[in-house]
Design a protein around this ligand. Structure first.
Ligand SMILES: [Zn+2]
Length: 598
């Protein structure tokens, strides 16, 4: 698979009908030259989502997402750029041409494909062995006793690893794979004496796949109590990053997208039992908490993630981190309170279990509310020390929620329980740093890695300067001849860092800024889409452009005046102040026929 040629890319974009693509996710209505509807990326009652059919762009004025038709498919289906282009090419019957590329990159891809085949063959071997071999009889009995039928086990390719120490090693080599390759994908490992042996032996094998169903690694469950760890997973490899993968996502993704919700459980057999019971939006984490990376991987597909995990024992740090990532992506994290000591698989085996489980999921509590309640329940309110400790514990959780009605609600609840004034509790919340515990970086890293990037800031969070620069940049698109002059005059003293990048893009692409959006820079692509859409809506005029420019110029002068003051350069400061006075007059003069300002 080499790079898709530019001509092919153009043909895909020309063929794709953005209105049709987006209509599968939300109802669009024509409004003049554009279409509007409820945003498929955030929860809203009045439409703030715009689609521009000529330029094939979308933008949400509510949550700030935006881009072209390829970006939409990337975000909504959780695909990378190439995959999204392939999906669209397929749908609109465009034959993709590939360009020759760097032979080393090609070799690397070839190698990766080989390793994928190796993992797939191993999964097939284990799968056969479970159903065909005498040795796996006990495993079949165990799975049947857990209530798992052959159909679901085959669908998830569950298998069995024989007890011999070198089955996969021998078969792999017979099929032409090297020992090193088997070690690279985590199937073989080296012993203390230097010899190689199969990593998985005498275990029930659960292949762990990516979204597209490609096997990345395995989870293996021990059959004997004296067998060491009950569960052994593939070690971290180039392929397999435990914290990023959701078990069963390949089989759950359609149901998740349809329900707008994912149900997250802890074990492999829990996922199987839920799917068998028709709860197809279930996926599994390989641990006790969901990670920020896993939340990021689900965003775009869902508005809501329900954790049917033992949230009581889960790492609080990890949960708070996941909460932050979710909040940044306008997703809700909720906790379904499982009965103590009972897991979803056990519940599915009971009479009426699936209905009870669905009920728990529907009634799930917000994660933050759950965490606050947990702290309060464990606090002995008769002891001032304990009340203090509780306040210290909940303040960062509440601070992470931002200014919302549900936070005010929780603050009142905390105040009541701890017998404090709500204002006092609120004071502590405002003073607290949002609970990330150093997780901010991890969350940011997760966002970078994830295919979807909702990094845009919501319009409500924009400063007046950012709003002004957006209006001005949009006008530069609307009136390109004058825009060119203004773009040449705008510097980093006028613009925010994002605005500066957008201005550079417009300088480089004066004719058609939206025809080739940067697909490796989601933030910039989204901003350009927004600017183009605004440029089609907002009236632009020479006067309005000049006024917006002067207002940015005033900001620049104020920055320089402050800097001169800090340096102690009072002469310079006085000169700049005179300049500003003249500018303010000019602005007052320009403001009279003002149009299109913010
Ligand atoms: Zn939105």
């Amino acid at each position: 698979m080499a790079l898709i040629s530019n001509e092919s890319l153009e043909r895909v974009k020309a063929a794709a009908d953005i209105v049709e693509v987006i209509s599968a996710h939300t109802d669009l209505r024509r409004q003049g030259a554009r279409y509007t509807g409820l945003c498929p990326f955030h929860d809203e009652r009045t439409p703030s989502f715009s689609v521009e059919p000529q330029e094939k762009l979308y933008h949400c004025f509510g949550c700030g997402v935006g881009g072209d038709v390829i970006k939409f498919v990337e975000e909504k289906d959780g695909l990378n750029f190439t995959e999204a282009v392939e999906v669209l090419a397929d749908r609109y019957g465009v034959e993709l041409e590939r360009e020759q590329e760097d032979p080393r990159a090609e070799a690397k891809r070839q190698q990766r494909r080989r390793l994928e085949q190796l993992l797939d063959r191993a999964a097939a071997y284990y799968g056969n062995y479970l159903w065909e071999s005498k040795e796996a009889g006990k495993a079949r009995e165990y799975l049947a006793a857990r209530g798992l039928g052959e159909e679901v086990l085959r669908a998830f390719r569950v298998g069995y690893a024989p007890s011999a120490w070198d089955t996969i090693l021998i078969r792999g080599q017979q099929a032409g794979f090297s020992v090193e390759e088997m070690r690279n994908v985590g199937l073989a490992q080296r012993g203390r004496s230097g010899g190689e042996y199969d990593r998985f032996r005498e275990r029930i094998m659960f292949p762990i796949c990516d979204r597209r169903g490609r096997v990345l690694g395995f989870g293996g469950r021990a059959m004997r109590p004296d067998q060491g760890a009950k569960y052994v997973n593939t070690a971290e490899t180039d392929f397999f990053h435990k914290s990023q993968i959701l078990y069963g996502v390949d089989r759950a993704k359609a149901a998740i997208a349809k329900a707008g919700r994912a149900v997250v459980v802890e074990g492999y057999t829990d996922v199987l039992a839920l799917h068998q019971a028709g709860i197809d939006e279930a996926v599994g984490v390989m641990g006790t908490a969901i990670t920020g990376e896993q939340v990021a991987a689900l965003s775009g597909m869902v508005e809501e993630v329900v954790l049917a995990l033992d949230a009581d024992s889960a790492g609080q740090e990890a949960m708070l981190r996941a909460q932050r990532v979710a909040a940044g992506r306008r997703m809700r994290l909720r906790v379904a309170a499982m009965p103590p000591g009972e897991d979803p698989a056990e519940m599915m085996a009971e009479e009426g279990g699936p209905e009870r489980f669905r009920g728990l999921v529907d009634e799930a509590e917000e994660l933050t509310a759950f965490q606050v309640r947990l702290v309060l329940e464990r606090t002995d309110v008769s002891k001032p020390v304990e009340r203090d400790r509780a306040l210290v514990a909940v303040a960062p959780v509440l601070a992470g929620m931002g200014e919302t009605a549900s936070r005010d609600d929780l603050v009142r609840r905390v105040a009541e329980r701890l017998d404090l004034e709500p204002a006092m509790v609120m004071g502590r919340v405002v003073a607290a740093t949002p609970a990330t515990g150093g997780g901010e970086e991890a969350a940011a890293a997760a966002q970078r890695r994830a295919p979807q990037q909702h990094q845009q800031r919501r319009p409500a969070e924009l400063t007046s300067r950012e709003r002004r620069e957006r209006v001005l940049l949009a006008m530069c698109i609307a009136i390109p001849a004058e825009g060119k002059e203004y773009l040449a005059r705008l510097t980093e003293a006028h613009l925010s860092p994002t605005g500066l990048r957008a201005a550079a893009w417009l300088r480089e692409h004066p004719e058609d800024p939206a025809s080739n959006l940067p697909h490796d820079d989601g933030e910039l692509a989204g901003l350009i889409a927004e600017l183009v859409i605004i440029s089609r809506e907002e009236p632009a005029s020479h006067e309005a452009m000049e006024l917006n420019y002067l207002l940015l110029e005033q900001r620049r002068l104020e920055g320089e005046i402050a800097a001169a003051g800090e340096r102690g350069d009072y002469e310079r400061r006085a000169a700049l102040s005179r300049e500003r006075a003249a500018l303010v007059q000019k602005i007052a003069h320009a403001e009279r026929p003002a149009a299109g300002t913010v």
